[in-house]
Each structure stands twice: as structure tokens, then as C-alpha cells.
Design a protein around this ligand. Structure first.
Ligand SMILES: O=C(CO)COP(=O)(O)O
Length: 139
């Protein structure tokens, strides 16, 4: 599965803790992240992560583009609901696209934990079925 990891600045420590705790699960998947989140997780865990631009410079949009082309399976996005972000429209667009394409999206640690356990139990297998169906529809 392809998993996007994103965190706003005040949530970066949390996502690093999350990645450390679930490293054995995460390492079995293809990981993507916005720029700074990706480097912080990489430094702490050594996980292999494809890093996009930093969020304010287009990283959220790059992940959104993967969602729109049916290439992203899970989004874990530790948002900071208490701080205004300069790229708020990009954040809303990413969340909107996750809803448009019905991509499992966790915006806080509690939901992220549920998702990661579901992933480990292979309960997100339906994503592969949807992907195959959409690929066939394109033909
Ligand atoms: O701003 C972000 C998401 O909206 C995250 O970007 P960084 O990981 O580059 O800090």
C-alpha cells in the first residue's frame, strides 16, 4: 500500500513518535511524505520515504495529485487545528480529494492508530479491488 505521512510543525514530534512506534508495519509499505515531515521521520527511523515538496511549497498538492490518479491508498495527516497555515487552500484540497476518492484519511493520532491496525490486519485490502476496477474502467 502507498501511505502518505504529513504533519504540521506543532505535530511533527507526534508523527515521529507514531512512525517509531509503528516502524515494523510502515516499513512493509511504500511511504510518501511532504518535505520536512519526511526528513524528520527519515532521520528518526531510517525508513525509506519518497519526499515531496514542503507543504507550503506544494507538497500537499503533489500528494493530492497521487490521490486523483488513484495512486495513494492511505493518508495520515496530523493537522494542527490551532494554527493558521499560509497554504490552507492546499490543505482543504487534499482533504477534499481524499473524500472524493474515498481514501482512508486520519487527521489525528487516535484515528491514525486505528488505520494502521486495520492495515496490519489486511482490512484495507478493498483498496486493491477498487484500484483494479478503476484500471479496468480506463481500458
Ligand atoms: O505543511 C504541511 C502540510 O500541510 C507539511 O509540510 P512539511 O512536511 O514540509 O512541513
Amino acid at each position: 500500500m502507498k501511505i502518505a505521512l504529513i504533519a504540521h510543525d506543532k505535530k511533527k514530534k507526534d508523527i515521529v513518535q507514531f512512525a517509531l512506534a509503528y516502524q515494523p508495519i510502515l516499513k512493509k509499505h511504500e511511504l510518501y511524505a511532504t518535505g520536512t515531515t519526511g526528513s524528520r521521520i527519515q532521520e528518526a527511523t531510517g525508513l525509506n520515504i519518497h519526499r515531496f515538496q514542503s507543504g507550503p511549497l506544494g507538497g500537499d498538492q503533489q500528494i493530492g495529485a497521487m490521490i486523483a490518479t488513484n495512486e495513494m491508498d492511505i493518508v495520515i495527516f496530523f493537522r494542527d487545528p490551532l494554527t493558521a497555515q499560509p497554504h490552507e487552500p492546499d490543505i482543504s484540497a487534499l482533504i477534499r480529494l481524499s473524500d472524493v476518492y474515498e481514501i482512508p484519511l486520519a487527521t489525528n493520532m487516535a484515528t491514525a492508530e486505528l488505520l494502521i491496525h486495520a492495515l496490519e490486519r489486511d482490512e484495507l485490502h478493498w483498496r486493491n479491488i477498487i484500484k483494479d476496477r478503476r484500471e479496468k474502467d480506463k481500458l
